[in-house]
Design a protein around this ligand. Structure first.
Ligand code: ADP
Ligand code: MG
Length: 276
């Protein structure tokens, strides 16, 4: 699966779609790959302006759940799905709704930074606009590039070399460029699948600070294996688990501090304290 799903999307006019902080709600999500059920009746509310961390061992369905939240799951031919995903109460899977609106509203950042390496930093930020056919004049684009790079925490490091290739940046800078790129089409939700696991601790901290700033204007859902990171950045947390051979479920979810300090389920306690 590639990150560049927007390449297949039709053009939309600039400024379309709702704005403002949005709540994302997953209801009774069951997912299959072929005959194999990998998630079973997972429900989770990801509050507007919050940072929700999805934690749990490998293979329990966190990435699958995340991809269901922006309709990337359906790109896998064998994938099936039951349940609903509501963005501010509106079902993103409603057949009457356009796929492009779901994808524009709900951006994704992946584990491995994936800027377009030969494209300039500026072009990378604007790539989403081009792919979605959004029209903007030069000065609007300049402002957008600056504001997205500022929000991505990269502006001061790159403002004098916006025409340099994105591939020349360090790993941490590339990931922040990917965040800036995803912000250019003004998503209401940003999904991040282990965004720091390929990065050094310093870059990780910079991205965490960026996330905390971004949460003021976009709802964030992050998959992380780093419990300190979940504790540092998230307001809510959901613990996923798949018993041997069974589909993934949410064992426990709630406010992060409560879950870390006073978990209600022994398995949550074992996991957050590294005893898994
Ligand atoms: P996590 O992100 O928690 O590690 P995943 O969502 O990647 O878990 O995977 C959940 C389960 O679904 C795993 O058993 C995995 O092997 C399976 N799976 C993931 N992607 C696919 C796919 N494209 N085709 C078939 N099975 C898949
Ligand atoms: Mg994963």
């Amino acid at each position: 699966m590639t990150a560049d799903v927007t390449t297949t999307l039709p053009p939309v006019p600039a400024g379309s779609g709702a704005t403002g902080l949005a709540e994302l709600q997953a209801r009774d999500i069951t997912a299959w790959f072929g005959d194999r059920k990998v998630l079973d009746r997972v429900s989770l509310t990801m509050p507007a302006g919050g940072i929700t961390a999805l934690i749990g061992p490998s293979g329990c369905g966190k990435s699958t759940f995340l991809r269901i939240l922006n309709r990337m799951h359906e790109l896998v031919p064998s994938a099936q799905l039951a349940g609903e995903v509501l963005l501010d109460g509106e079902d993103i899977y409603d057949p009457a709704k356009r796929l492009i609106d779901a994808r524009r509203s709900i951006g994704m950042v992946f584990q491995k930074p994936n800027p377009f390496p030969a494209m300039s930093i500026r072009e990378n930020v604007l790539a989403g606009l081009k792919l979605t056919g959004t029209k903007a004049d030069r000065s609007t684009k300049d402002e957008l590039v600056e504001s997205c790079l500022r929000k991505g925490g990269l502006w001061t490091e790159v403002k004098d070399r916006l025409d340099a290739p994105g591939g020349g940046l360090s790993g941490g800078q590339q990931q922040r460029l990917c965040i800036a790129r995803s912000l250019a089409i003004k998503p209401r939700v940003l999904l991040m699948d282990e965004p720091c696991s390929a990065l050094d601790p310093t870059s990780t901290r910079v991205i965490e600070e960026t996330m905390l700033e971004l949460a003021q204007e976009v709802t964030i859902v992050i998959v992380t294996h780093n419990m300190q990171q979940a504790a540092r950045v998230s307001s809510e947390c959901a613990f996923f688990l798949a018993a041997h051979g069974q589909p993934g479920v949410i064992v426990e979810h709630g406010e992060t501090r409560a879950m870390f300090e006073n978990p209600q389920d022994q398995r949550t306690s074992d996991y957050v304290h590294g005893r898994f």
